[in-house]
Design a protein around this ligand. Structure first.
Ligand SMILES: [Zn+2]
Ligand SMILES: [Zn+2]
Length: 342
């Protein structure tokens, strides 16, 4: 198995555009949020450029884009914006690009539908569904009370209006960008139908948030679908990506540094989750446990308050996987908390 190698040791500085190779550019867009940055990529296209992912809808991301487009790309025509998935750091400015440049938007149907549906998300206070989800997952009552007083996260706050028109991209479709063939795979688990693009001719693989170096992508269950099994979906998608022959691709991820060692990293991520599942199984063998109880064996580190909601979603994802395959059983305690036993 080839090791992971990072050909670029540092990020592009000062919001600069970094040329990855002829016709492929990388920009680290800084985000005013818990996630520090998102990587966006710009491809030379015939008579223009193609943009992959956008950053959040906020003044600093818009200023950054205006600078790049004016200074580095001399206001070239934006032929299309390809959005890999519906998360606000990737989709946030999709509507802004459409509105300001009348550019074509390409994404998967699930990304577009999910993004558009989530613009309905403008809660003033924490919803009953959120409260119930956290409480059933075993969040201690003092923490639950505190979380219920915090301003809820609203997708709509970080995303411009999702345009009505878009072009749907499907699995195995071939897009021609800059006279090169780019192949499409759609993956699940981190986000529904997350779009992966790769070009064997120039050995570039745009992995979005499906395959990240250094960190494992968040695989979460959300209060809107508490019985979902995103981990099963994620592992299945990873195994699908392993079928693609690794031509020593340079992998361009949605976060962190580009790297070589695609297959190696996919196998590491599969192992990461499979070993976590084994640890959880052993842990709950002794006593029934809630999603909150399994934090020490799942994460092996202290979870900060700011990470609590995502961590809880990730813990439920692991338990739902084990439950779905009949490895563990669910019992409900007197307080209504879901406990899991062998
Ligand atoms: Zn994401
Ligand atoms: Zn992301």
């Amino acid at each position: 198995m080839k090791n992971i190698k990072f050909p670029f040791e540092i990020f592009p500085n000062d919001k600069k555009v970094l040329k990855i190779k002829e016709g492929i550019y990388w920009v680290k867009i800084l985000l005013p949020s818990m996630i520090s940055h998102v990587n966006v990529y710009i491809l030379d296209d015939t008579d223009g450029i193609t943009i992959i992912d956008t950053g959040l809808f906020c003044d600093s991301c818009i200023d950054h884009w205006r600078n790049i487009l004016r200074n580095d790309f001399k206001n070239k025509t934006i032929n299309r914006v390809i959005v890999t998935h519906h998360h606000p750091d990737h989709m946030g400015l999709m509507g802004w690009f459409k509105e300001n440049f009348n550019t074509e938007i390409l994404t998967s149907r699930s990304s577009w539908l999910t993004g558009r549906m989530l613009t309905l998300d403008n809660k003033k206070v924490v919803s009953e569904e959120d409260k119930n989800f956290w409480s059933y997952a075993g969040m201690p009552s003092a923490l639950l009370e505190k979380k219920c007083l915090e301003k809820p996260f609203n997708f709509g706050d970080f995303v411009t209006k999702i345009p009505l028109g878009y072009r749907r991209v499907i699995e195995d479709e071939v897009l021609i960008i800059g006279n090169k063939k780019w192949f499409v795979k759609l993956t699940d688990g981190h986000a529904p139908e997350q779009l992966i693009l790769y070009c064997p001719e120039i050995k570039i693989f745009i992995s979005a948030d499906q395959i990240l170096p250094g960190i494992s992508p968040n695989i979460s269950v959300y209060p809107t679908e508490p019985n979902a099994d995103p981990l099963g979906d994620y592992l299945e998608s990873c195994k699908k990506l392993l079928q693609i022959k690794d031509l020593d691709y340079l992998v361009l991820p949605g976060h962190n540094l580009p790297f070589h060692g695609l297959n190696c990293r996919i196998k590491q991520l599969i192992y990461h989750h499979e070993s976590a599942l084994k640890r959880i199984e052993e842990f709950i063998n002794q006593n029934p446990k809630s999603a909150y109880d399994i934090f020490p064996v799942l994460f092996k580190r202290k979870i900060k308050n700011s990470e609590m909601i995502l961590a809880l979603g990730e813990a439920v994802a692991h338990l739902n996987y084990l439950l779905k395959y009949g490895i563990i059983k669910k019992v409900i305690d007197k307080k209504g908390v879901n406990l899991f036993v062998k």
